[in-house]
Design a protein. Structure first.
Length: 342
């Protein structure tokens, strides 16, 4: 039967090749297994399924260990048991073994959970692949597209006819569009929810404004810290490079002990200049006292910035509170001074 099937497939391929040469028939093929491995959704779901399979295998091993333990216990206690107790224990072990076999078939059998869930996992992605193949076939005028990983035997397939990567690109673009759409919808839903809350409670608008101001202040503080740290790091790196260059120049004999160049007589920058380069023999590393002083200085500066921000927030809150009290007092006076209707 296989021989006839092989012969029929070979004949079909040869006939298609002949037709392709005479009538310009366009043929392509895909590798479904390759495509599935490249699809992120399938890889993620496959990992989850493998985790389940590992859990099931662990449960099977635990059951096997329990059965082996009971067999060992029965073997050691066999001489002490009566015939009825011995038969009862043996029946119990046999029941556990039967239960284990049934569990193995349930999880890993031909119709078990692993095969079933794998089919459920692959089916939606296969449908997407088929749709992508149809779109590519219509767009690029393919007459036949085969699946290399199917039961069809392909004795030879030229790489130029493989459109698997094209299918992967189509699926990836569709998935990216779907993810962007989901994020946009979620963002719009969040904005609508905030607006509904503000409409229901106008005071939330003022609170949200205060929260936004606080967030902006925190972001600015973090940005300033990062900028200062980057600047300090760059200065230290430049200083280190300059020191290494001076040492290399001195080692090569191009710089004298007094800091002059042996070739052209140009003077180097004095140690007391704005570059603050160390003298010969001095270390570029800061002393522990200097490090502590710099750390204390940075800490004091940070605390002062935080204190200023807190004071500004308190001042703004106090002004708002005073304004609210003044508005309430004005409304109260207006109400008291209002002439009652006759």
């Amino acid at each position: 039967m296989k021989k006839y099937f092989f012969t029929a497939c070979l004949t079909a391929l040869l006939s298609l090749n002949a037709v392709a040469q005479t009538r310009g028939v366009k043929i392509g093929y895909i590798d479904m297994e390759y495509i599935l491995e490249k699809v992120p959704d399938y890889a993620q779901a496959k990992n989850q399924l493998e985790e389940k399979a590992q859990k099931w295998k662990q449960e099977i091993e635990e059951k096997k260990l329990e059965i082996a333990k009971q067999k060992e216990t029965l073997k050691s206690e066999k001489v002490l048991l009566t015939k009825e107790l011995l038969e009862e224990r043996e029946e119990e072990i046999a029941f556990l073994e039967t239960e284990l076999l049934e569990y193995q078939q349930k999880r890993f059998g031909p119709t078990g959970d692993l095969v079933t869930q794998k089919s459920v996992l692959v089916k939606p992605i296969q449908d997407q692949v088929f749709n992508a193949v149809q779109d590519i076939a219509e767009a690029k005028k393919y007459d036949f597209i085969f699946d290399k990983s199917s039961d069809l035997t392909m004795l030879f397939s030229a790489q130029r006819h493989d459109i698997s990567d094209q299918v992967v690109r189509v699926l990836t673009r569709a998935q990216n569009r779907e993810q962007k759409s989901k994020k946009l919808l979620e963002k719009e839903a969040e904005e609508e929810r905030k607006q509904d809350m503000i409409d229901d409670n106008p005071n939330l608008s003022e609170r949200q404004k205060i929260l936004d101001e606080r967030k902006a202040a925190r972001d600015k503080l973090l940005a300033d810290r990062k900028e200062a740290a980057d600047l300090k790091k760059k200065e230290a790196e430049d200083k280190r490079k300059q020191l290494l260059a001076d040492r290399e120049a001195k080692k090569n004999g191009t710089v004298s002990d007094k800091g002059t160049n042996a070739g052209d007589g140009n003077k180097t920058t004095p140690p007391n200049s704005a570059t603050d380069e160390p003298k010969d023999g001095e270390s570029t590393e800061l002393t522990p006292e200097e490090k502590r002083a710099k750390a204390e200085e940075a800490k004091t500066k940070t605390l002062e910035e935080r204190k200023k921000i807190i004071e500004d927030r308190k001042k703004a809150a106090e002004e708002r509170r005073k304004k609210i009290l003044e508005d309430r007092e004005a409304a109260k006076k207006a109400k008291e001074n209002a002439t009652p209707p006759k």
